[in-house]
Design a protein around this ligand. Sequence first.
Ligand SMILES: Nc1nc2c(ncn2[C@@H]2O[C@H](COP(=O)(O)OP(=O)(O)OP(=O)(O)O)[C@@H](O)[C@H]2O)c(=O)[nH]1
Ligand SMILES: [Mg+2]
Length: 307
Amino acid sequence: MQDKITQLLAEIQAGSYKALARGITMAENDLDGYEQLLQQLQNTETARVVGITGPPGAGKSTLVNALLHHWITAGKKIAVIAVDPSSPFNYGALLGDRIRMADFYNHPSVYIRSLATRGALGGLHAKIIEITDVVKHAPFDYILVETVGVGQSEVEIAGLADCTVVALVPEAGDEVQTLKAGIMEIADVFVVNKADRDNADTLYRTLRVLAHERSHGEDETPVIKTIATESNGVVALAAAVESYLTTRNNVPEKKLQLLTERCWQIIQHRRMSGYSKAKLLLHLQDAIQSPSFNLYSFANTVVENNR
Ligand SMILES: Nc1nc2c(ncn2[C@@H]2O[C@H](COP(=O)(O)OP(=O)(O)OP(=O)(O)O)[C@@H](O)[C@H]2O)c(=O)[nH]1
Ligand SMILES: [Mg+2]
């Protein structure tokens, strides 16, 4: 087994997409040898993880697609990991006539993997950190991770990504005030997508004010207007991401913070592995039959059993 893992990792490192797919599947499904695989990863690579998050339908996939084109044209190698809650990852509809889908999927510089959401613990795909680390073992320049931002997962992606892009749309204007604390905390770059729509400028100005208020005299979080469907603003977006990655993300404290967040999530997942909300429901169904049922004692028992 050990030899096989070493061989697989060497192939992934050499750029084999077939080997990469196998490695991801191992991590995704806890297949034999996956612990060894993870423990042998040597991510001394230069791949940077760019998270794209935002509400459903904000245009995240369209933005990923546009960034992909931009970076491929610049000679970069890109991996895309999409955590899609509803539909299969469908770039076919987005590519238009610029690159046909077949070309795209076979493009030597692109690797795309779509993951079904597993909300066992809510939020992000439970294995996204592990999977991303496997992908980082391969020779990519950027790894784009698309996730729908629903509460907790937005915070989680911030731990996962070297640069987190939060995409919002003009319709979200009113929500921004309420989302304020959470998104301000995780956004390294803001995107106002669908800038062809009314109220885009209002949202843009609101975000600029928030970014300014929060900056305390340091660099302000950039706000980029885009029309993703027309690749409008994508050069500016790519530049903002690159600039963030080469300057602010390189601060050692920031890196340590990211690592802590990632490690925290791995520990959480490990501790709760083998448990799911579905199992919890069944256990609760039994437990509440007892007249002495107490939610807190019950929760403690669950925690104890998962140690
Ligand atoms: N008018 C306009 N439509 C856009 C723009 N960007 C994306 N769209 C459209 O918005 C819809 C949703 O785009 P997606 O890229 O699938 O959005 P998403 O955020 O990935 O959606 P989910 O993954 O389902 O959360 C599609 O019909 C896009 O064509 C834009 O800049 N302007
Ligand atoms: Mg999408």
